[in-house]
Design a protein. Structure first.
Length: 69
């Protein structure tokens, strides 16, 4: 009897942990992307990251050049 109760308790704890994990994973799931606004660029998120990285690198080059002068 004690073994059955221990097993049921283990199943209950496992169920609770799974429910908490599911809740946390749902919070991490990305939201649906918003529909693009008319007139806005339809660039992909990857392209936006590349563009921002290129801008940051260019700003860094400009700062390095001005600091060297």
């Amino acid at each position: 009897m004690r073994g059955v109760l221990s097993f049921l308790g283990l199943l209950l704890v496992l169920y609770i942990v799974m429910q908490l994990a599911r809740t946390q994973l749902q919070a991490l799931r990305p939201a649906l992307p918003a529909k693009p606004v008319a007139g806005a660029s339809a660039a992909t998120p990857q392209q936006q990251v590349v563009d921002e990285l290129n801008k940051a690198l260019e700003i860094g080059r400009q700062r390095a050049a001005s600091a060297a002068d």
